[in-house]
Every structure is written in C-alpha cells, then in structure tokens.
Design a protein around this ligand. Structure first.
Ligand SMILES: [Zn+2]
Length: 284
C-alpha cells in the first residue's frame, strides 16, 4: 500500500484533531502531582550519577537506556595492542595523569575538562583528545613524565581557555613533567642577562621549549617550587574571567608568578625584556 504526501498529511491532521478532542481536559485547580514526571526522575538520576566524585574517571548517564556507567579518565583505544600491552600502557597513562593533576593541584571532579581524556594509539604515536579537540603526541614510550607533559597541554585549555602562549605552555608542561628544566636553562638565563649578543649567538634558544625553559629557569632561580607554581596557576585561572581573550598575555602570566613568588608587581618585567626575541618567535 502506498500513500501520496497529501493523503498522509490529511491523515495526520485527522488524528491530531481526534487526539485533541478525545483528550481528557485538565480540571481547574487540580492538585499538584506528588510523583514527579518521568523526565524529572531521569534528570535527578542523571545528576546523581554524574556528580559522583571519583579520581581517574567520571560517571556518565546514558539517556537512551537509563544506566549510569563509568568512563575512565584515560581511555586507550589501540587496535593493534595485545591485552598485556594495554595493561602496561594503562599504568603509564594513569601515572602520567596523576602527575599532571598533582601539577595543577586540582581534583578531576572540579571540572569536566579534567575528566574525559581519550587516547588513541596509532602505529608509532598517540593522539590525545579532550572534548573532541585531538592533538598529536609522538611520545608514547617515554614514560609517565612525557604523558604528564602532554596531558598538561590538555589541561591548559581549562586553565587558559586555549593552549595559551606556546613558550609558556611548553615551559609549564616541561616543569610539570618532572620539574627539571631542559638544557640547564637555570644557568643559561644568567648568560642571557650578561651577554647582549646572546640571541644572535645562540638563536637555537628561540625554540619554543627552550624559551619556555629559560623563563622557568629564572622562576626557579627566584624560588619557584611545585607548590608556588600551583599557586600561580590558580591566580591565572582566577584572572581569566576578567581578562577576556587578552588574559594570557606575557604580562598577565608574569603577574601571576610575581604574586605566587611574593615579589612586587613589575619585579619580573626584566625577564620579559630579556626573553623578548624568544617570546616574539613563540606567541600563540
Ligand atoms: Zn609540549
């Protein structure tokens, strides 16, 4: 049997009129129902499910079948991995995730950004993705520190609104990675201070990680500790709503570290001036 569109429309209009006329009219002043409607119950259950506090994952409500299921913080998707390999990788990722969380000093249930990290493992590299914004990371077998580094980039989105100034993002990720600043940058920053020709002689320090390392190297010389770094990150996060898109400028980053290190406002301005060639090469 087949209908033409006109016939189908007529039929649906007819059934609509029928259902309106046969529907039971609501009596005026009818009592408020004591049993919440089905939708309300479901929203209550979903809220109960999703607000459970867990580390390394979160609970999610499945609206289609009304079940509450656990989503691990780091879910690994690897077609070619054996079961043993997956177990080994899961351990590395969990450790890296914990390290990154510690670096930020925040609990994963404080914000959904910290919770659903999806990792895809390809042939020789992996892909991280938070909220469907995957970024590639070619550091799969370097251990938890490297994973913490890459996860830090994902957490930056929560903190900075995006990855922020790239020299800062890399410096921060390296610092959270293991607190060791690459290439002895703590000492090299003293050369930058002394030698006005530094950037002409050693242009390789304009590389994004190296400029970031010089910045953090001087912060460490000024007494930066993981705890003070967490404090600076908190200041940066608190500042964000008031700064709009300009919030992550070098000056704002600097101000957060001045506060965390107990320095006067403007005391780290010289650092921005010293690193200007590197910063200019690695703005976002
Ligand atoms: Zn990086």
């Amino acid at each position: 049997m087949s209908f033409r569109i006109g016939q189908v429309l007529q039929l649906s209009l007819f059934s609509l009129v029928l259902s309106c006329t046969t529907g039971v009219a609501q009596a005026p002043n009818s009592p408020i129902p004591t049993v919440p409607p089905q939708r309300e119950i479901e929203i209550q259950n979903a809220t109960k499910c999703e607000t459970q506090k867990v580390v390394r994952g979160h609970y999610q409500w499945n609206w289609s079948d009304g079940t509450c299921f656990f989503v691990p913080a780091v879910s690994i998707d690897c077609k070619n991995c054996s079961k043993e390999k997956l177990t080994e990788l899961q351990k590395i990722f969990d450790a890296g995730y914990d390290q990154a969380l510690k670096g930020f000093g925040m609990e994963p249930y404080e914000n959904p950004r910290f919770r659903g990290l999806h990792v895809k493992i390809h042939e020789n590299h992996l892909q991280f993705g938070l909220n469907h914004s995957p970024s590639d990371a070619y550091r799969i077998y370097e251990g938890p520190g490297a994973i913490a580094h890459e996860i830090t980039h994902e957490f930056d989105i929560y903190l900075l609104g995006d990855h922020g100034q790239s020299w800062y993002a890399e410096g921060l990720a390296d610092y959270i990675d293991d607190g060791v600043i690459r290439k002895n940058a703590q000492k090299v920053i003293n050369d930058v201070k002394k030698d006005p020709e530094f950037w002409t002689k050693y242009p390789e320090w304009k590389e994004v990680h190296d400029t970031g390392a010089l910045y953090f190297g001087e912060l460490i010389n000024k007494g930066l500790t993981p705890e003070k770094n967490r404090l600076a990150l908190k200041y940066l996060h608190d500042t964000r709503p008031y700064q709009g898109s300009r919030w992550a400028s070098p000056k704002i980053i600097n101000a957060a570290y001045e506060k965390a290190l107990g320095l006067n406002s403007g005391e780290l301005d010289y650092l921005l001036a010293l690193l200007k060639p590197g910063l200019d090469a690695n703005r976002r």
